[in-house]
Design a protein around this ligand. Structure first.
Ligand code: F0G
Length: 456
């Protein structure tokens, strides 16, 4: 049958609180026009993030009951470690409370002033953790990845020519190369196995370790299975193991493809690096058999890792995101093509050409979607990436609005509603105004900045 159904049925429900446009306008003014500052009860369809917002399975809830809260050496830890190593057989697995804690610990161990860490595209927390050590974070996506309308199977790929040039010029300043799978800031686009092998070959030639930011590894592996020649018949778990074998370590947020509400880990091959990271872990996260997590969290993640590589789940997951992307595309709304694994990205710069990047077209569109339909999305553009450590401000490469799909959470009619709201806002795009920032923190400003609409 052509319809790919959800491979689950609903077991417990969370009511949504309906709201009027007038109530939403009041709420967004109070929030300083920052969607992160809204009370989530004032949101109808929350597409702010796919991080930690998914629904756990009945098996995962059973695992929560099984969680063992021993401070050291809990059986929950051993189940977690085994589940991670089943997919990512690195010698050392270090649990953390979420992805950025793994990043902070790793960057504290390998970063520092004068160093440079390249990636296909660093996620904002990764970049901030690199920059916090005084090192430089460099993005080297392929050129196709920067053209939102272009159809390409692996727009998350890294530009191997530019990576080779950087490593040739500054090899001694590069403590690691990172590859983000899928490339979240670049549109949730996958990286091919061929590209990963190419990055590995360059890392070998220049003797630099390769790390994965593997938050959405299962979605990336499904795209490889679907789109890369010769991969079609493979088991996704096998593809994941092949990806892991190409790397020297990984950072992970279990809030994505761990199918859990909290958690993460850092994994490395190198014994000495692992020892340094564990010492840092004990300072801020906790003992190495629980990181910042409860035993019940470790168990929920262990089960999530088994479910996330199931083909029925991934077929549904990728198709349901594409269903939103296709609906918007068919309605003539400019979206990043093809759809990402976890999100669809509206091209705000294309939809709102009358709003210059430094007046934040992505923020303007995100606010309009909230006011019109109670949809919370996330600006990924000049608000998120425009401010630099030296204080200057420039336009980001793209001004996107991300509609991130929580895993196993919303139904097809929720998504049909999202398409309707976006279509209504797009029809009056010319009326939307830009914004200015009235208050911002020194780093990661998108979380807490306050905005004001510009006069017409
Ligand atoms: N790396 C990537 C690619 C991410 O998408 C995220 C989080 C992190 C690292 C950090 O993980 O949140 O567990 O500390 N992304 C979320 C998002 C917040 O909405 O895309 P974390």
């Amino acid at each position: 049958m052509p319809t790919i159904i959800e491979p689950f049925r609903i077991h417990s429900v969370e009511p949504l609180r309906m709201s009027t446009a007038a109530e939403r306008r009041e709420a967004i003014v109070k929030a300083g026009y920052n969607l992160f500052s809204l009370r989530s009860e004032d949101v109808l369809i929350d597409l702010l993030t796919d991080s930690g917002t998914g629904a756990m399975s009945s098996e995962q809830w059973a695992c929560v009951q099984r969680g063992d809260e021993a401070y050291a050496g809990s059986p929950s830890w051993y189940r977690f470690e085994a589940a991670v190593k089943e997919l990512f057989p690195f010698a050392h697995v270090i649990p953390t409370h979420q992805g950025r804690a793994a990043e902070k610990i790793l960057m504290a161990a390998i970063g520092g002033p004068g160093l440079v860490i390249p990636s296909n595209t660093h996620f904002d927390t990764t970049r901030a953790n690199i920059e916090a050590t005084g090192a430089e974070a460099v993005d080297l996506p392929i050129a196709e990845g920067l053209d939102p309308a272009l159809e390409h199977p692996f727009k998350g790929n890294m530009d191997l020519g530019r990576l080779d040039a950087l490593l040739s010029a500054r090899r001694d300043d590069v403590p690691a190369v990172f590859v983000t799978i899928t490339n979240n800031s670049g549109g949730g686009q996958p990286v091919s196995l061929e590209n990963l092998r190419g990055v590995r070959a360059l890392c070998d030639r220049h003797r630099v370790p390769l790390f994965l930011d593997a938050c959405r590894f299962a979605e990336n592996a499904w795209f490889i299975r679907e789109r890369e020649s010769g991969q079609g018949g493979r088991d996704v778990a096998d593809i994941v193991r092949e990806i892991a074998a190409l790397a020297d370590g990984m950072t992970m947020s279990a809030k994505k493809d761990g199918l859990a509400n909290i958690g993460g880990w850092l994994a490395v091959r190198d014994d000495r690096l692992a020892a340094r990271c564990r010492n840092l872990l004990i300072l801020t996260e906790g003992f190495p058999t629980y990181g910042g997590l409860a035993g019940r969290d470790l168990d929920a993640i262990a089960q999530g890792l088994k479910e996330v590589v199931q083909h029925d789940y991934l077929r549904y997951r990728i198709r349901s995101t594409d269903y939103l992307g296709d609906g918007l595309h068919a309605a003539g709304i400019p979206v990043m093509r093809p759809s990402g694994g976890h999100a669809v990205y509206l091209d705000a710069r294309a939809l709102l050409p009358h709003i210059p990047p430094l007046q934040y077209p992505g923020q303007a569109l995100a606010i309009a979607l909230y006011e019109a339909g109670g949809i919370r999305s996330c600006e990924i553009g000049t608000v998120m990436f425009g401010r630099h450590p030296d204080g200057s401000e420039t336009a980001a490469a793209l001004d996107l609005v991300r509609l991130a799909i929580p895993r196993r959470t919303y139904t097809q009619s929720h998504i049909d509603y999202v398409v309707e709201v976006c279509t209504e806002v797009a029809a009056r795009a010319g009326e939307l105004r830009g914004y200015r920032i009235v208050d911002e923190p020194p780093a990661l400003r998108h979380f807490t900045a306050r905005f004001e609409p510009l006069a017409k």
